[in-house]
Each structure stands twice: as C-alpha cells, then as structure tokens.
Design a protein around this ligand. Structure first.
Ligand SMILES: CC(C)(COP(=O)(O)OP(=O)(O)OC[C@H]1O[C@@H](n2cnc3c(N)ncnc32)[C@H](O)[C@@H]1OP(=O)(O)O)[C@@H](O)C(=O)NCCC(=O)NCCS
Length: 215
C-alpha cells in the first residue's frame, strides 16, 4: 500500500505534482539496510560508477544492447527528472567516497526515451502527444539492481514504489521492455501484477504492462 497521500487535482482541473518523498531506510530480507530516495543532481558521478560496476550481461538485459558507457548527457538527463512527468528512485549505501548507488528505478513518459537508451536502429514508441508538451497516458520504466544486492527483494521495493508514484503522477499505465530471456525481471513483473504483451519492437523483447487505474 502507498505511504503517500493520493494524487488530486485543483479546482481548475490542473494536475498537482506530488512533492519529493523523504529518504526512507529499508531493511532487506537478508538483513542489509539501505536508503531509498529520489535522485539528486549530485548523484551523477555515482550513477556513472554504478554503471561501470555492472557486468556486460546485466547491461545487456537492462539496455537490450551491448552498452559500453553512459554518456554525460544521458546521466545529466537522469539526475534531472521533470517533476510530474518522470521520476528516478535510487537505493544508496554508505561508501568511502560518501555513498554507492546499488539500485535505481525510473519512469518517463512513454516514447521519450533518449536515443542512447535504445538499441541502435530502433525508433522511440508512442511519440504522439509528446512534441507539443502534452503527455501520454503511459510511462515506461527501467530498473537495475547491483549484482551483489540481488535476490533480497530490493527490485520489488523499488518497482512497487515506482508504481505508486506513477499513479500519483496521473499515468494510467506503466510498462517496460524486457528481454524474453530475462527470467528475473519477468518474475518480478508477474509478482507486481504486470502482464506480458507482444512487443511492437519485435526481436526478443516483451512489453510488461500494468494498469494504474480501475477500468
Ligand atoms: C531484474 C532485477 C532488477 C531483479 O532484482 P532483484 O533485486 O534481484 O529482485 P528481487 O529480489 O526484488 O526479486 C523480485 C521477485 O523476482 C523473483 N526473481 C528475482 N530474481 C529471480 C531469478 N533469477 N529467477 C527467478 N525469479 C527471480 C523473485 O522470486 C522475487 O519474487 P518474490 O518476491 O516472490 O520472492 C535484477 O536482476 C537486475 O538488475 N537485472 C539487470 C537489469 C535488468 O534486467 N533490468 C530489467 C530491464 S528494465
């Protein structure tokens, strides 16, 4: 259940943007503790480091292509989500240089993922309504947990929080593109009531989708 108040509209019908959520301490099933909080601009170098620590296999399942590096532009966009439209949640632990980011989950309006976030040669989906600043009803998510932090429920917490937040931002569906071989992500999606669908992007990917409002 959400620990945030429900989203509402003001008397003019305008969307009210949920405020920033406070950092939360959480304890995982294996007893380890970490902090969940919204991304900050100062996280840029930690996000680079977290990417560098990921194995090639994890990069492949996350980006669906062999991604060698994260560009500075992509990280800059990532640490400056647009309130009410996109959101990035990070899981941090103390480290010698301050913190390490050991998990991250994000959403953005469907169809606005940066080109660098997509397999080469593939187009963004659902671009209608984005160019004129209108927002699509759906958002797309992505999630990554550091290899030595997996299997303890961190992704489940991150994605459950993301679902709550996307609902409060007024989205009606949330979806993600997942490799058909990504057993862990498909299990996690099933656990959180996402259903698999044929992907218009073809290849070896499926779309996992969840409605955020009652029909
Ligand atoms: C997918 C990923 C985020 C899962 O992270 P995680 O922290 O290990 O997942 P959790 O521990 O929260 O597990 C969530 C559920 O998925 C299931 N699951 C996780 N890993 C699994 C695996 N390898 N095989 C089968 N089920 C698995 C668990 O059973 C759990 O269900 P439960 O709550 O009923 O026990 C992680 O493997 C990852 O970062 N992969 C690389 C990036 C990626 O593929 N992202 C997805 C594309 S956007």
């Amino acid at each position: 259940m959400s620990d945030e108040p429900p989203r509402s509209q003001d008397s003019t019908g305008s969307r009210k943007i949920p405020g920033p959520r406070r950092p939360r301490r959480v304890k995982l099933a294996d007893g380890r503790e970490l902090t969940l909080r919204a991304v900050r601009v100062s996280d840029a170098s930690e996000i680079h480091q977290a990417f560098e620590r990921l194995s090639p296999a994890s990069r492949l399942t996350r980006f669906l292509h062999h991604k060698k590096s994260l560009s500075a532009e992509m990280v800059e966009r990532g640490v400056r989500p647009r309130p009410g439209y996109s959101f990035v949640l990070v899981a941090t632990v103390p480290a010698d240089d301050g913190i390490d980011i050991v998990g991250a989950a994000q959403y953005q309006p469907l169809g606005v993922a940066g080109e660098q976030d997509r397999p080469p040669g593939e187009d963004a989906r659902g671009e209608e309504g984005v160019a004129n600043d209108a927002r699509p009803a759906s958002c797309e998510f992505a999630i990554t947990v550091a290899e030595d932090w997996r299997g303890s429920g961190l992704a489940r917490r991150l994605l459950a929080s993301l679902v709550d937040r996307a609902r409060r931002d007024g989205y009606t569906t949330i979806e993600g593109l997942v490799s058909a071989e990504n057993v862990a992500m498909l299990a996690l999606a099933r656990r959180l009531k996402f259903t698999p669908h044929y992907s218009p992007e073809g290849g070896n990917a499926v779309v996992v989708r969840r409605r955020l409002v009652r029909d």
